[in-house]
Ligand binder design. Sequence first.
Ligand SMILES: Cc1cc2nc3c(=O)[nH]c(=O)nc-3n(C[C@H](O)[C@H](O)[C@H](O)COP(=O)(O)OP(=O)(O)OC[C@H]3O[C@@H](n4cnc5c(N)ncnc54)[C@H](O)[C@@H]3O)c2cc1C
Length: 386
Amino acid sequence: MTNYDITVVGAGPIGSTYAYKMAKQGYDVALFDMKNRIGQPLQCAGLVSTNICGTKNLPKQFIDNEVRGANLYSPDNNSIRVGKDKTVAYVLDRVMYDKYLFDRAQDAGVDAHLGERVLDVDMDNTIIKTIDRKYSSRLITISTGPTCHTSEKMNPEIKNDSFLGLQYTVRTDNVDTDYVNLSINKQLLPGFLWEIPTSPSTKRVGLFTKGSYRDAEKLLKNRLNVNDRIIEKHNGLIPRFNSKRKIVQNNTILLGDAAGQVKPTTGGGLIAGFTCAEIASLNSNKMLEEENNKYLLDYEKQYHKRYDNEFKAQQNVQNIIEDMEEDDFNYMFKQLKEYDVDKIISEHGDMDSQTPLLKELVKTGIIFKLVPKIGVRRLKNIWKSL
Ligand SMILES: Cc1cc2nc3c(=O)[nH]c(=O)nc-3n(C[C@H](O)[C@H](O)[C@H](O)COP(=O)(O)OP(=O)(O)OC[C@H]3O[C@@H](n4cnc5c(N)ncnc54)[C@H](O)[C@@H]3O)c2cc1C
């Protein structure tokens, strides 16, 4: 049996970043991925707010495009534009970016095991098993994305707790590279449709949904314009946030999508994942230095402290949205315009943290004008989580 300080299962962006951070601290780290080619196939729209710069994980060469805001469309095709007069988000080349993060980990000394699927994690003995080998370590970090047997072992009640994400890369004419388009469709709620410009002639058109692949595909194809030519198709799972999900057991932790560390309203997981990789690496270091796994529980606590309020508020919004009818949205868009809410969204909106905007809408009472069906009890739920 081969021994390491740390085995990391899953060389997506979050697992590779965590492995890199641990190797830089001098630990003997092994990083496993069942794929041979990291980053492929693409399973992401690649949209991240400029807050990603704070994580110090993004060299500029992986930015395909910069956007200043979004056009939001109601079911009856009314729209409002929100944004700023500067870049608010980047569109990334996720394939090359994932590869870069993986190469960076290897360059820092991580021992990479590509094409090696981990079949089981023995959390009592801190051993992982592949088809023909076993590896022991002092700490196991699982960053396998949303389909994670280990997460199910820790949280037996969590099954199928994910949305489906489906996306086409499309070649087309006259793409407005400054704005993303987001559209509401009753069939997808609480999901939505997106169009993300990657260049003047290409965009990513996608959606996320609780529904079936077949229905999603039908909807997405209907969404395309006559000049849109599909050049690639991708799909993947987006985990649902669950504040009760356990992410630590003995000397094993979950990280990134495997831990459900994604924004509930959009399914975006890169920035939250990078932030959690930093929290996990600091606590993993203490755990290994002091041989005390209480620090892994500190990782869990610090993650909840950092994200629970924000994600619960987003989940409350999602629950309200899920119950709305198309007419409610059409009405809401009319009210948005009448009360100049586009200006409030542009000023207080933040892709990663929606509580400042919610606070403003609750404080001014505008939220009741937008969503007449919202009851006092539900408003209290939002208020409590702010
Ligand atoms: C359609 C779609 C669009 C998205 N758009 C955005 C977006 O615009 N912005 C954003 O921030 N986020 C977006 N996301 C979410 C984002 O892609 C994820 O949050 C991010 O990839 C999570 O990274 P990760 O490293 O945790 O997991 P992953 O990227 O899922 O990587 C997991 C890795 O683990 C490997 N693995 C799995 N099981 C095993 C095993 N048993 N043994 C060995 N290896 C294994 C996999 O091969 C994979 O390489 C999107 C997701 C989808 C599906």
